[in-house]
Design a protein around this ligand. Structure first.
Ligand code: FES
Length: 99
């Protein structure tokens, strides 16, 4: 699902084609993934690479990359986290954590 040449973030769908998600490489090199659906009013969040945040352009919502927690703007709930599993050189989505 994610390869070294993919850059700092990548969009994918999980668990169905109608569930957009975003995978981000943290500064540490670790990968994290979240639902791309903003917990405010469901716009798509994007990765702002320079600031290393997840940003929702609809109402200027900001989420941390490391936890998916909202820290600015109207969202109050964290982005659902996608569980990842490394298999060889590839990373796969294996579950959704909505806690
Ligand atoms: S829909 Fe994301 S901040 Fe409103």
């Amino acid at each position: 699902m994610f390869r070294e040449t993919d850059g700092e973030s990548k969009l994918f769908s999980y668990p169905t084609e109608e569930d957009p998600c975003i995978l981000v490489r943290q500064n540490s090199g670790d990968l994290v993934a979240y639902s791309q659906v903003c917990t405010h009013l469901s716009c798509a969040v994007v990765h702002k690479e320079k600031e290393n945040v997840l940003f929702c352009p609809c109402h200027d919502g900001y989420f941390s990359v490391d936890q998916g927690r909202p820290f600015a703007g109207p969202p109050t709930r964290s982005l659902p986290r996608i569980k990842l599993e490394q298999q060889g050189n590839e990373v796969f989505a294996v579950g959704v954590d909505i806690s």
